[in-house]
Design a protein around this ligand. Structure first.
Ligand code: FAD
Length: 332
């Protein structure tokens, strides 16, 4: 039995103060944190419950249209509520589809926007304290390299860590170029999602730019330009309740078969949600046809470094990207 102190935050300032203490963790839906506590992977000395901020902090548990026509999503908005929100389903379909492809209905009812952003990897070695893991214990080693690595990343890996970021929502938010709003002891700051997640490099235990005690308060999305369509395609071992082997979020203005302002992000393949800038360049301003789709897919996976068991992901990811873009055009 691991003892820990439990408190409910009365304000965002109080949450930040309690969350800054050594060994403190915020808890929202608890669907990642409690699992990891049961496994002994997380052993917080203090658990700061932020659910108590709902109703006290304006906007922290609601989805609101901004004066500019974009969206402001509170950190405590549940995944199910976000997915089924009318504006999200109609104007940010990729986000709705990504959320509904994840976990189960029960989990989505608990899981929050802030917690989903920070969910930890599903790497089997990270989740099993019988094994070393550089992410869990810096310098201890990475048995996934040369070990059981079928589910691991092929982009952004290092010789210290090859674990994927498992979130579907993060892939959609990356294609939507979301901004993460954070409150800390020094005040508020806003971080574009492409700067939020860190590559493992030599510090795989540091997964994002948050400093101790910093609280995610909300996420903003820009108003989609006229004619914007979006789609999320997830490929996995079974049709539900499974993490992605490869997924693609595609957002673009679609005129016939021509794409403008193309943004593509992929999941299941990267150590963080992976923006496919080279593929975007291939498709930007062009009519979608088999030739440039294949070129885009090749460009997207050019830097892929497969491990001993996941070479199949390279071709799978290419096909995933191709099919997602085709779906987008067919939708138009
Ligand atoms: C069986 C199972 C299957 C799943 N399948 C999928 C899937 O297919 N796709 C997918 O994307 N996800 C899947 N998930 C993961 C699920 O989506 C996450 O567990 C969930 O989104 C986490 O949200 P939460 O609110 O419960 O987080 P919590 O467990 O409460 O917190 C997670 C982390 O975020 C921190 N945190 C929470 N809120 C804040 C905040 N506001 N500011 C700063 N830090 C914060 C916590 O300290 C903790 O470190 C699955 C989970 C399970 C258990």
């Amino acid at each position: 039995m691991e003892l820990f102190e439990y408190s409910q935050a009365a304000s965002t300032e109080a949450a930040v103060k309690s969350g800054s203490a050594t060994g403190a963790r915020f808890i929202a839906g608890g669907t990642t944190l409690v699992d990891l506590m049961k496994l002994g992977v997380e052993t917080p000395q203090r658990v700061v419950d932020v659910n108590s901020l709902a109703g006290k902090v304006p906007g922290i548990d609601t989805v609101d249209v901004t004066p500019e026509g974009g969206l402001r999503i509170g950190a405590l908005v549940r995944n199910a509520d976000l997915a089924h929100h009318q504006t999200v389903a109609s104007h940010y379909a990729v986000l709705s589809q990504a959320l509904l492809s994840g976990a189960s209905a029960q989990l989505r009812n608990m899981a929050t926007t802030g917690g989903n952003l920070l969910q930890r990897t599903r790497c089997v070695y990270f989740r099993d304290t019988a094994f070393p893991c550089n992410k869990r214990e810096p310098g201890s080693g990475c048995p996934a390299i040369g070990g059981v690595n079928r589910m691991m990343a092929i982009l952004g890996t290092s010789d210290q860590c090859i674990a994927t970021n498992p979130s579907d929502m993060n892939v959609a938010l990356t294609a939507l170029e979301a901004t993460i709003h954070i409150q800390g002891a020094k005040g508020e700051r806003a971080v574009p999602i492409h700067e939020f997640f860190l590559l493992p490099g030599t510090t795989p235990h540091k997964e994002n730019v948050l400093e101790p005690g910093e609280l995610i308060t909300f996420v903003t999305l820009a108003k989609p330009a006229a004619g914007t369509r979006s789609v999320y395609l997830k490929l996995r071992d079974r049709a539900s309740y499974e993490f992605a082997l490869s997924s693609a979020a595609v957002v673009a203005q679609v005129e016939g078969k021509r794409l403008k302002n193309v943004r593509i992000a992929m999941g299941g393949v990267g150590t963080r949600p992976w923006r496919m800038v080279e593929a975007e360049h291939v498709l930007e301003g062009h009519e979608v046809e088999d030739g440039n789709l294949r070129k885009a897919a090749e460009a997207a996976l050019r830097a892929a470094k497969p491990q001993s068991e996941n070479g199949f992901k390279v071709e799978l990811a290419k096909r995933c990207l191709v099919h997602a873009v085709k779906q987008l055009v067919e939708l138009a």
